[in-house]
Write a protein that binds this ligand. Structure first.
Ligand code: FES
Ligand SMILES: [Fe+2]
Length: 460
């Protein structure tokens, strides 16, 4: 990739072409949990939080009627509204008392003479906010244009009992974060355990045990952990299909003449992947730029079977990630916890067995704040990454020329935003296609909340 192209796809601040494309999509701005006084005592009585997105400084706050997201600099003389006074109907600047509602309307300028109508001429830039599956989404597109419909993906329609959201900060550019996630070859290496653990030791919700879970289907009557398949069959045959939301990825790992491992995942354009965590649990992970060199990932865990123990899932992750800013304890400052002895004896990477998210963090951050793509050498396993970059550059150019951003941001595609389905399993080699579709259908049919949703949609 040429330097100009790398700059084009990685720079997302105000006025950039890639930033304009990404702002066409609903973007995660905060977890609802960040406003829970139990998790962050500063929120007791004052639900106000500074947030940074796409190199812009904003303030997010809760009012009696909902959520507000405003530019941080007060339109009077620029003081910082993140220090504002929280009131039931808005946020008040402590400098001279100007008050704004969630839509950015100026409600009061209390130092002005009685009868002043200054307020009517003042508006602070505000951004629409939606709450979905425990996350507050912001729409940062052009003022006075309408946001696209919110996609009806499974992770966003699952009820609170069956979903859990968490996030974490990575010190690197958004695109390399996403490109690690959509790489189907890396689990065979980066996440490899040199020994297996008995499947009965793996709890459904165990943090970071992603590839310890069983793959669906059986080999000679025995279920295999995903990690054993990944380790013993490290050369996936990767293919992809274009879908309304982006790319559906298929990785085949032929095991015997009769059996093949099949893993189906999704790259939802521009920065979300959907992968199976177990037979009944998926992870949808979004990557949102804080600025060019910092990215928050937001993970949505969605259960297609029983309810999730959110308290336990949060507790497990808090062992590795510190609130209130969701900063991982390990990182470049401690060499990501690297242990050379572990690398010799237990794992391929040497950064622990409990938190596989840290493995991905190392891959993303060790490339540097912005990966120098002029020096890379892509191989055959990178075909998805290449396809995604082609889509990205085309979409940047399209939006620059006035076209609608593709996929989830295109209102014409709204009805096509279903699923997307995933699988990880051992299938009969000759009919893996039918096998995985049946598998996905059975998973959806068994989801209590999905069945209800489908029956509601039936004509009366
Ligand atoms: S700077 Fe905010 S009210 Fe004056
Ligand atoms: Fe990974």
């Amino acid at each position: 990739m040429r330097q100009e192209q790398n700059d084009l796809v990685t720079r997302v601040g105000p006025g950039t072409a890639c930033g304009a494309l990404l702002r066409s999509y609903w973007q995660p701005a905060a977890l609802v949990d960040e406003f829970d006084p139990v998790l962050d005592p500063r929120m007791a009585g004052r639900p106000v939080k500074a947030v940074r997105l796409f190199g812009m400084d904003l303030v997010l706050f809760r009012t009696a009627g909902g959520w507000g997201l405003l530019d941080r600099a007060c339109p009077h003389r620029g003081a910082d509204l993140a220090f504002g006074r929280a009131e039931a109907d808005g946020l008040r600047c402590p400098f001279h008392g100007w008050k704004f509602d969630a839509a950015g309307a100026c409600l009061e300028t209390p130092a002005e003479p009685q009868g002043s109508r200054l307020c009517e001429r003042i508006r602070q830039r505000s951004y629409p906010v939606l709450e979905r599956s425990g996350v507050l989404f912001a729409w940062l597109g052009e003022e006075d244009t309408a946001p696209p419909p919110f996609p009806e993906f499974d992770c966003f329609v699952a009820p609170a009992t069956h979903s859990f959201a968490f996030k974490g900060l990575w010190h690197a550019n958004w695109l390399q974060a996403f490109e690690v996630g959509i790489d189907p070859a890396h689990p065979s290496f980066l996440h490899r355990y040199l020994q297996d653990e008995p499947l009965e030791n793996i709890g459904e919700n165990a943090a970071g045990k992603q590839f310890r879970s069983a793959s669906a289907g059986a080999v000679e009557g025995e279920q295999w952990p995903m990690t054993r398949i990944m380790r013993e069959f490290p050369r996936p045959e990767i293919s992809f299909e274009t879908k309304p939301w982006g790319l559906q990825l298929t990785s085949l790992r032929p095991m015997t003449a009769e059996l093949t491992h099949v893993r189906v995942t999704n790259a939802v354009f521009p920065a979300t992947f959907v992968i199976p965590l177990s037979e009944t649990l998926t992870i949808t992970q979004m990557h949102v730029p804080v600025d060019d060199t910092h990215t928050y990932w937001y993970s949505f865990f969605t259960s297609f079977a029983g309810p999730l123990d959110r308290e336990a899932m949060r507790g497990q992750r808090r062992q590795f990630i510190d609130l209130p800013d969701y900063v991982p304890r390990s990182g470049r400052h401690n060499a990501w916890g690297f242990d050379p002895k572990e690398q010799l004896a237990r794992t391929y990477l040497g950064m622990g067995e409990e938190d596989i998210n840290l493995h991905d963090q190392w891959a993303v951050e060790s490339m540097g704040p912005i990966q120098d793509r002029t020096r890379e050498h892509l191989d055959t396993t990178d075909k998805v990454i290449m396809a995604n970059r082609r889509m990205l550059i085309k979409a940047i150019d399209g939006v620059k020329a006035g076209a609608t951003a593709p996929g989830v941001a295109d209102p014409a595609q709204g009805d096509a935003m279903l699923g997307p389905d995933t699988v990880d399993g051992v299938a009969p080699a000759g009919e893996w296609q039918q096998w995985w579709v049946r598998q996905a259908q059975a998973k959806r049919a068994a989801a209590p909340w999905l069945a209800r949703k489908l029956s509601r949609a039936e004509p009366a």
